[in-house]
Design a protein around this ligand. Structure first.
Ligand code: ZN
Length: 821
């Protein structure tokens, strides 16, 4: 999913520093930075092995659906029957099955509704407290609208009948968004059971409840009563997953944690008004019954077209949305090996298509298609289908060929949401007074970004089927990492929100939980579930492993878990096992803690090697002494012409006036000769060579202020103008995570002038001020401002205001806007 708020954060790089200080997270404990992760990860077993691969006895359930559904446009209601065939591939005998009833989340008494926290009270004072500081609490009109919609409509599923193949009713219990169906005979390993559910529900108005699906009403359309776009998802009772790591994944749906689903084959018949165009998961089975000859011809033509071909043109869509019909048509779709099924239906849709010839044996041709109302305008014509194809190209390079016959983008009320073969994407054009439709640069970027993101989700997690209810990062983080790659290949000037610099504000803050937190309990889902894991992978690829090792390991992960269900440990293990690099410290720091990166370069010493020869070393020491600044008193005495006592009476001088403590005697010289004699030949050669070369010895002192251990990337600048980069692996911190020292030896004439850490901002270091030695003057901005007059009116002057004339509606249009006091 991608909602507009998250996208805005990612695109506009809004400040994510928080004012919510309610939850404090201890940070930077400096313990166990390099402790093995094995004790945290589940023990490898026959289902998931130690390499992070599916084990030799890996299994997952198979759930096939046959659904017949009818969309009642007037009542905005779905009536349907589904027949589910459940194959138990697990080694366990199942006495009951758990299903997901996602529509029940919209009920007034759902756990989601009952556990929602009211954030509008803020720090308002009670009403009784007098004074102008007393402001009311806040309740948004969106909140009120949702409340009213939920009050006015019967929402949630009506489950009418559940029976087995022989027509016998099955006992079932509904628990919030879950339903348990008891099996008359326990389902043994390898066995299959089939049952039928009749169900119905009223479709929610997406704009009112902000769901992942729903209808959108267009009251201004020419047709009397307007038109709707229907987006249907989480629309049929679906099986919960039964897994080797959690058994039934029947955790209540409370809104944020998305879905944990089984793969299966679908045969779906959708009966809709005859003038609707349907976009759906799956391949259309009866084009002759639902498409005109022209439309079928255009679709065929689109297969090899260089640019999009309109299957339904704008003119045709405009004509269509004016009329309406009472007739119905049934669209039949078939989908193999998908983990979900969604669809969209409207008489407003334009439809464009272009074939993506990806080659290969599995699915050489993929039809990229977009469905949108006239409100989508040129923005959609230009970029939707194009962005689908670009996504397929980039994502397949990092994983596997796109395995399905269609990849679709549908415009409707949902900001951004993904399903197998179909995505819902929100951005649109704006109708101007002159009848034209325009779009802002932000809308353009949002559309391209959201299409890449949602189509990318068809790979992760629709095919690499991670558990979204548990782990948002495996779904959104991996996908944001890849959409950032695709996005930067599209236009690198757009801030895609996956650069290390994009996460420092969040990581510095104290309102955080580790990435490894269950989805519904995450604080700040955008930076936690999307940006931080995406940045972490970006750093792993560009800085720590390098592209060759990373891309090999990541592709290995994608291919190992294609059509299977990976867990976090499978990802961590695969990335280490395939890259050959121990990354326990990296996973630990980035995924299991809230530490941040802040490495400071505190001090640099320049050292010179002693020769041991007293005739050289003693005079060097004397010189050092002379180089020290003179005492102020001595200097002033000298300036005043004061003579020392011995200068005034030279006859009282002795030996020590001619010799100082650096005078060399034969005693030192003999000791030096003795030292040389005791050296092994190799020791003597080494010393002599080092003395001859007389190199510069620099000691750099670093401290770790953020707690997260990371490689130290050094940029060394020398006095001769040359520069050099050094990469110090994170392992330098392994025995001393708080502070480390590093010796750098340079040739005699290579004199170090300055050193910077992480000059390319590639490690997410939150404070770059301490990255330079010597420190740098930091350029920033300052604004001169005009003081506001304190004479501003604070209370109403009713005696004056009572004279105000009442405005009519017409006045509003003509009068100049009132100036703000
Ligand atoms: Zn997403």
């Amino acid at each position: 999913m991608l909602n507009k708020i998250i996208m805005t954060v990612m695109l506009l790089l809004l400040s994510i520093a928080s004012t919510n200080a309610a939850i404090k997270q201890s940070k930077g404990d400096f313990e166990d930075k390099f402790r093995q992760l094995d004790e945290v990860l589940p023990t490898p077993n026959v289902y998931r092995n130690a390499a992070g691969e599916p084990g030799h006895q890996y299994w997952q359930q198979q759930v096939d659906y046959q659904i017949k559904a009818r969309l009642d446009e007037h009542k905005r209601r779905i009536e349907a029957t589904e027949t589910i065939t459940y194959k138990n591939n697990s080694p366990d005998t199942l006495k009951y099955l758990w299903l997901q009833l996602d529509q029940n989340i919209f009920r007034n008494d759902s756990m989601a509704a009952m556990s929602s926290n009211f954030g509008g009270i803020g720090d308002r004072a009670p009403a009784a407290r007098a004074g102008s500081m007393n402001k009311p609490a806040r309740l948004s009109l969106d909140h009120l609208r949702r409340q009213q919609f939920v009050d006015d409509n019967e929402l949630g599923y009506e489950i009418k009948n559940i029976s087995n193949k022989s027509g016998k009713a099955l006992k079932h219990v509904i628990v919030g968004t879950n339903m348990r169906i008891d099996l008359p005979i326990p389902l043994k390993p390898g066995k299959t059971t089939t049952f039928t559910i009749d169900f119905a529900f009223n479709i929610v108005e997406e704009d009112a409840v902000s769901a992942r699906s729903g209808y959108e009403h267009f009251p201004d359309d020419e047709r009397e009563g307007g038109n709707d776009i229907f987006l249907l998802a989480q629309w049929f009772p679906r099986l919960h997953s039964y897994t080797d790591y959690e058994a039934w994944t029947n955790k209540e749906f409370i809104g944020r944690g998305e879905f944990t689903l089984e793969f299966g084959d679908y045969e779906v018949e959708l009966t809709v008004p005859a003038d609707h165009i349907v976009s759906s998961t799956g391949a259309l089975q009866n084009p002759k019954q639902v498409l005109s000859t022209t439309q079928r011809k255009r679709l065929k033509e689109a297969q090899n077209a260089k640019r999009i071909v309109f299957v339904v043109t704008e003119q045709e869509a405009l004509e269509n949305e004016k009329a309406g019909t009472d007739k119905q048509k049934t669209w039949k779709f078939s989908a193999e090996n998908v983990r979900d099924f969604a669809w969209a239906s409207s008489r407003k849709f334009l439809w464009d298509a272009r074939g993506h010839q990806q080659g290969g044996n599995d699915q050489p041709l993929v039809m990229a298609m977009s469905f949108y109302p006239k409100e989508g305008g040129d923005l959609w014509k230009k970029y939707s289908t194009e962005a689908i194809i670009q996504t397929l190209e980039v994502y397949s390079r990092f994983s596997f060929d796109y395995p399905y016959p269609v990849a679709q983008s549908v415009n409707g009320p949902v900001g951004g949401m993904e399903y197998p073969m179909i995505t819902f994407n929100g951005p649109r054009t704006e109708l101007q007074d002159d009848g034209s439709r325009t779009y802002s640069q932000a809308e353009k970027r949002f559309l391209i970004g959201v299409v890449i993101h949602e189509v990318g989700h068809i790979y992760f997690p629709m095919i690499v089927n991670s558990d979204e209810r548990q782990w948002t990062w495996m779904d959104e983080g991996l996908n944001s990492f890849l959409d950032g790659i695709a996005g930067r290949e599209w236009d690198p000037t757009v801030p895609w929100g996956v650069e290390p610099r994009d996460i420092v504000g969040y990581m510095k803050g104290s309102v955080q939980v580790p990435i490894m937190t269950q989805s519904d309990s995450v604080l700040k889902l955008g930076p936690n579930g999307y940006t931080k894991p995406a940045v972490a992978l970006n750093i792993l690829r560009e800085t720590i492993l390098g592209r060759e090792l990373f891309d090999f390991a990541f592709k290995e992960y994608a291919q190992r878990w294609k059509y299977k269900r990976p867990t976090p440990s499978d990802f961590f293990r695969t990335m280490e096992e395939a890259s050959g690099v121990d990354l326990d410290w990296f996973w630990r720091g980035w995924f299991y803690t809230t530490d941040h990166v802040d490495i400071s370069l505190d001090t640099i010493y320049k050292l010179r090697l002693d020769t041991k020869d007293p005739d050289i070393d003693f005079s060097r020491q004397r010189q050092e002494e002379l180089n020290k600044p003179m005492s102020l008193t001595d200097e002033r005495n000298k300036a005043e012409g004061n003579k020392l006592w011995v200068e005034r009476f030279p006859d009282i001088t002795d030996f020590y006036d001619e010799n100082d403590r650096f005078t060399v005697t034969n005693k030192e010289r003999n000791k030096y000769q003795k030292f040389l004699k005791k050296l092994e030949p190799w020791e003597r050669t080494t010393l002599e060579r080092a003395i001859k070369e007389d190199k510069n010895y620099y000691v750099l002192e670093f401290s770790n202020k953020g707690g997260l251990v990371m490689p130290i990337i050094l940029d060394l600048s020398f006095e001769d103008g040359s520069t050099e980069t050094q990469y110090i692996p994170a392992e330098i911190w392994r025995r001393s995570p708080k502070a480390v020292k590093r010796l750098i030896i340079t040739d005699k004439n290579k004199v170090l002038a300055s050193v910077s850490i992480d000059p390319r901002w590639e490690t997410a270091d939150v404070d770059v001020h301490n990255n330079h030695y010597p420190r740098k003057i930091i350029p920033s901005r300052i604004e001169a401002y005009k003081k506001k007059k304190s004479t501003k009116k604070v209370s109403r002057d009713i005696m004056q205001d009572i004279k105000t004339e009442l405005k009519t509606e017409d006045d509003d249009e003509t009068e100049a806007p009132e100036k703000d006091g």
